[in-house]
Design a protein around this ligand. Structure first.
Ligand SMILES: [Zn+2]
Length: 197
């Protein structure tokens, strides 16, 4: 495989559990066989999807200033933006809800395939697309953006964090745990090793 950092071509052997392969030139982590990675991906994906559902079901934040109160849901934030800038709203929806949702459902499907030791229909395509979507998942960036804007809003209005906000925080943490357990090379090796249904 090619090192992402320095483009060195490295011949990485099949890794045993707990083994990691580093680039001999720049020491970039090339591949890792983390124990129970498939089970962890499946468990954290299911958790993250549940929290994503909850994050879309309740109030995200409530704002009150000079006797007026306004509650905003997660999807409201996209809808409000849609009126101003439809393309931007589409990108925001994709990066904070659509892409992470697709990614998690896709990885859960691939993990089920691996757990059953049977390659379910479309496993290859779903894994390929899930891995391609990875850089477009920006839940954590959205969360940091919200926290920064809170600091500004707090001076102007009373802000209350809703159930959806906390659900989105737990969703982001679970999503990060899924991403930490992804090793592209190991996933492809395992998917190619299981027989078709
Ligand atoms: Zn390197």
């Amino acid at each position: 495989m090619v090192c992402h950092e320095c483009d060195l071509l490295v011949d990485v052997p099949v890794l045993e559990e707990h083994d990691k392969a580093f680039c001999p030139r720049c020491e970039y982590l090339l591949a890792a066989n983390r124990p129970n990675a498939t089970e962890k991906i499946l468990a954290f994906s299911a958790t993250a999807l549940t929290f994503l559902l909850l994050a879309n079901s309740f109030t995200f934040i409530s704002l009150s200033a000079s006797g007026q109160e306004q509650t905003v849901t997660l999807i409201d934030s996209v809808n409000i933006l849609f009126e101003e800038h439809a393309v931007l709203a589409g990108i925001v929806f994709a990066t904070i809800i659509g892409v992470p949702g697709f990614l998690l459902a896709g990885l859960a499907y691939v993990s089920v395939s691996l757990r059953l030791s049977k390659r379910l229909p479309g496993t290859h395509r779903i894994l390929r697309w899930s891995l391609r979507m990875l850089p477009w998942s920006m839940a954590e960036i959205f969360l940091i953006g919200i926290l920064v804007s809170f600091i500004k809003i707090v001076a102007l209005a009373r802000v209350e964090l809703g159930v959806s906000f906390w659900a989105y925080v737990f969703f982001t943490v679970s999503l990060m745990l899924v991403i930490l357990n992804i090793d592209r090379r190991e996933l492809w090796r395992q998917v190619n090793a299981v027989p078709n249904v």
